[in-house]
Ligand binder design. Sequence first.
Ligand code: ZN
Length: 228
Amino acid sequence: MKHILMELPYAIDALAPYISEETLQYHHGKHHAGYVNKLNTLIKDTEYEDMSLEQIIHQSSDAIFNNAAQVFNHDFYWKSLSPTKTEPSALLLGVLEATFGSLETFKEAFATAGIGQFGSGWAWLVVDEHEKLTIQTTANAHTPIEHNLTPLLVCDVWEHAYYIDYRNDRVKYMDNFWALANWEHASKILESKEHLKLSTTTVPFCNNPDDPMCEYLDEMAHEGTTSS
Ligand code: ZN
């Protein structure tokens, strides 16, 4: 099966001024297209040739994995952006507030995670294996679907995503991400998962001592509860 470069779901200049047409020409037209072409070349005449993208991600390693996962991650990133302003649905907003304290606290924690990702990678909002909303970062091509987690929102923190518009200023790029974040897409995915036992009432959310984000999130949550 030949993999095809996803068309952008908006005009190539639609994300300006936050993400320029020139960035999209390179990021979508060269980098993303490059992963698709490389993947098609690598899987030709192999056991991966007839697999779906997700099957390849689950079963391959090295260059085939890297290119397949980068195709998936970029497809998801384009869908995580919107040129028109969107809002989280009542369900998503409720779960975000129950999990992180407030939408603003979530945004700060998400940006902190993305800024803190060393080198190339991705910042994600996912539904984790405990059916909780979690912020995760993945390095290089890695992706939450390797672990069967459900991504809702992603920000590409590879330098190729922001260098033309922001040079090395990842902080400013992540700050402007909120002007484009596609909450409608994230909300639709969450609402399609009706079986999830997502709570909109619990506040304690961070109980994994191995997660370096936990301490930070707990602090933010406490601030959120004491000030409201
Ligand atoms: Zn990218």
